[in-house]
Design a protein around this ligand. Structure first.
Ligand code: MEV
Length: 316
């Protein structure tokens, strides 16, 4: 096949429960988020490999640190394929707001590896996709649990425990998630490393809170499988309080979470790495989602999406 163009795509992700605790071996629940996606296009272009994305447009090897994970992954894939790092351009288009805990970095890595595979007409197994995304995510996030790559790679709702085979689960909830972007960049890497330092200083409280987050994720899985909206909503509220206590929320996220609850959400919490980024709120129906979403925008949210928890589709 002529090596002319390769296109790859990948969705966003939402962590429903268990962020941060998942790094310490506790379970987490994550959902693919099809309302937003990343596309990567590889096309022929003579000379050194070029990268064209929102952060940067120039030679891949000279890309800034924020793109180091991507460039190392591309180098690794090209080398593994026995090809040269020249003669093509990578263009990335994405509707996933970057650095909001919605899986942008893992989606960029997965979309790019999928596009490279098509461009070079080589096999790329699911395991390979997860492995290559992991190369990038390790550089971007420091010590990732792997939940973002696994959820985005498989495009299924996952009950994820680090180091264990991925378990998908069925979404059986008659409810909706409202996702709200605070408009502020999250700081996953910093949040993960400062939480580690905090737990080292406060081992008894820290380990206890991490375990509680794990228990809430286990309870939430049952709630999702048994259509228990109120139970899930309360678990989300409790998880947010714990994440706040662990120092990974911030006043802006607390304000959006509080506002969502005040307007009638059954539960609300931050999602992903925190310290900026996005929140999720559980609502009974689409009308409540629209109404509360409008209030959150008044309160400063940049964008909102409504996610149907029965079939996982965006319902905007
Ligand atoms: C990031 O989406 C989720 C965190 O738990 C980090 C990780 O699992 O690698 C904060």
């Amino acid at each position: 096949m002529e090596k002319n163009i390769g296109v790859g795509r990948a969705l966003g992700k939402i962590i429903l429960m268990g962020e941060h605790a998942v790094v310490y071996g506790q379970p987490a629940l994550a959902l693919p988020f099809p309302a937003v996606e990343t596309k990567a296009f590889i096309s022929k272009r003579p000379g050194p490999v070029q990268l064209d994305c929102i952060y940067y447009k120039d030679e891949l090897v000279k890309a800034p640190d924020i793109l180091l994970g991507l460039s190392e992954m591309v180098k690794g894939i090209v080398e593994a394929y026995g090809e040269k790092l020249e003669g093509f351009e990578i263009r990335i288009e994405s509707t996933i707001p970057p650095e909001r805990g919605l899986g942008s970095s893992a989606a960029v890595a997965l979309a790019t590896s999928r596009a490279l595979y098509k461009y070079f007409n080589k096999p790329l197994s699911y395991e390979d996709q997860i492995k290559w995304a992991g190369v990038s995510e390790k550089i971007v996030h420091g010590n990732p649990s792997g939940i973002d790559s696994a959820t985005i790679g498989g495009e299924e709702a996952l009950y994820y425990i680090k180091g264990q085979p991925f378990q998908s689960f069925e979404m059986k909830l008659d409810g909706y998630l409202l996702v709200a972007d605070s408009g502020r960049k999250g700081q996953t890497k910093e949040a993960v490393s400062s939480l580690r330092a905090w737990i080292e200083d406060n081992p008894v409280e820290g380990e206890g809170l991490i375990k509680e987050l794990g228990d809430l994720a286990r309870l939430s899985k049952e709630a999702v499988e048994n259509n228990q909206l109120e139970v899930l909503g309360q678990a989300m509220n409790q998880a947010h309080e714990i994440l706040d206590r662990l120092g990974v929320s911030d006043p802006g996220l607390n304000q959006l979470v509080g506002q969502a609850r005040k307007e009638g959400a059954l539960g609300a919490k931050l999602t992903g790495g925190g310290r900026g980024g996005a929140i999720i709120a559980l609502v009974k129906n689409k009308e409540d989602g629209l109404k509360i979403g409008a209030k959150l925008k008044d309160a400063g949210a940049r964008n909102t999406w409504i996610y149907n928890l029965r079939d996982g589709k965006d319902d905007k």
